[in-house]
Design a protein. Structure first.
Length: 251
C-alpha cells in the first residue's frame, strides 16, 4: 500500500490527453553523435499551426521520458510551441515503464555521451521545418541541471532556459552563457540550493541575465503533479512564470 501511495499517478495527473485533437504528437528519431545510431524523443505541436513556431526542449528527470514529461510537452504545444522531449534512456531500451527500473537504468548511462545527445536534440529541434529557429529549454531535477549545462554549450543558439531545481554547471563555463535564465528553486532542497550562491556569483560576474524564484515550503520536485512532493500553488505560479519567460524571449 505504501509503495502504491508513493508511485507516480500518471493517468490521474494527466493534464493534456495524448489523443487531444488540438495537437499532433509523435515519437521522432534523430542521429546520435555517440555511435548509438539513433536517439528518440517525443514531439508535440499544434495541429492547426499557422506558420512556423518557436521550439521548447523539455528535459526529463533522472527517470527518462515518462508519461509525465510527455504530458508537459503537450502542455507547451497547447501554448503554441513545438515541444520536443528527448529520452536519454533510448540507447538502453527507452523508459521501461517502471520508475525504479528507470532510475536503475539511468545510473548506467555515460553522462558525457548523454550530454552530447541533448546538444544534438537541441539542434534537431532548432532545424525542424516547422520551427522558427528560436528555441528555449526547460528541465526538471536532472533536466534542470541539463538546461544549465546546455546554456554553457549552445551560446546564442539557445534563446532562453528555465531550470527547475537543477544542479549548477561548471562555473568556469558560465561566461559562455548567452541566453537569459530563469532558476526555479524549492526551499527544502539542501543539496541543490547549496550550489546556488557560487552559481549566482558567476552569473553576475559574467553579466548573464537571470531571475531566480524560491518557492516557500516546497520540496525538490514540487512541479511534478504525479508525486507526493507536488505543490499545486507553487507549480501553478512556476508554470505561469515559465510560459511568460518563454513568450518574452523565444517567441
Amino acid at each position: 500500500m505504501l509503495l502504491d501511495q508513493l508511485s507516480p499517478k500518471f493517468l490521474e495527473a494527466q493534464v493534456v490527453s495524448p489523443q487531444d485533437a488540438r495537437l499532433v504528437a509523435e515519437y521522432k528519431e534523430y542521429d546520435s553523435p555517440n555511435g548509438y545510431g539513433k536517439m528518440r524523443g517525443y514531439l508535440a505541436r499544434p495541429a492547426k499551426a499557422k506558420g512556423k513556431l518557436p521550439g521548447i526542449l523539455v528535459i526529463h528527470e533522472n527517470r527518462g521520458l515518462n508519461p509525465h514529461i510527455e504530458d508537459v510537452a503537450r502542455r507547451f504545444a497547447l501554448e503554441n510551441f513545438i515541444a520536443f522531449a528527448p529520452d536519454a534512456l533510448f540507447p538502453l531500451g527507452g523508459y521501461p515503464g517502471d520508475e525504479d527500473k528507470a532510475r536503475e537504468l539511468f545510473g548506467k548511462l555515460d553522462q558525457t555521451k548523454t550530454r552530447e545527445d541533448f546538444v544534438t536534440a537541441a539542434s534537431f529541434l532548432k532545424t525542424r521545418p516547422e520551427s522558427t529557429g528560436k528555441i528555449g529549454a526547460v528541465g526538471f531535477c536532472y533536466g534542470g541541471g541539463m538546461v544549465n549545462f546546455l546554456a554553457t554549450r549552445l551560446g546564442s543558439d539557445l534563446s532562453a532556459g528555465v531550470a527547475f531545481y537543477g544542479s549548477a554547471p561548471n562555473l568556469a563555463d558560465v561566461p559562455k552563457i548567452k541566453a537569459p535564465l530563469m532558476i526555479q528553486s524549492a526551499e527544502v532542497d539542501e543539496r541543490i540550493n547549496a550550489s546556488w550562491p557560487a552559481y549566482e556569483e558567476a552569473l553576475k560576474a559574467a553579466n548573464v541575465k537571470y531571475e531566480r524564484y524560491l518557492y516557500a515550503g516546497t520540496q525538490h520536485g514540487f512541479h511534478n503533479d504525479t508525486t507526493p512532493r507536488y505543490d499545486a500553488t507553487a507549480a501553478k505560479l512556476a508554470w505561469e512564470r515559465t510560459l511568460a519567460f518563454f513568450k518574452k524571449n523565444v517567441v
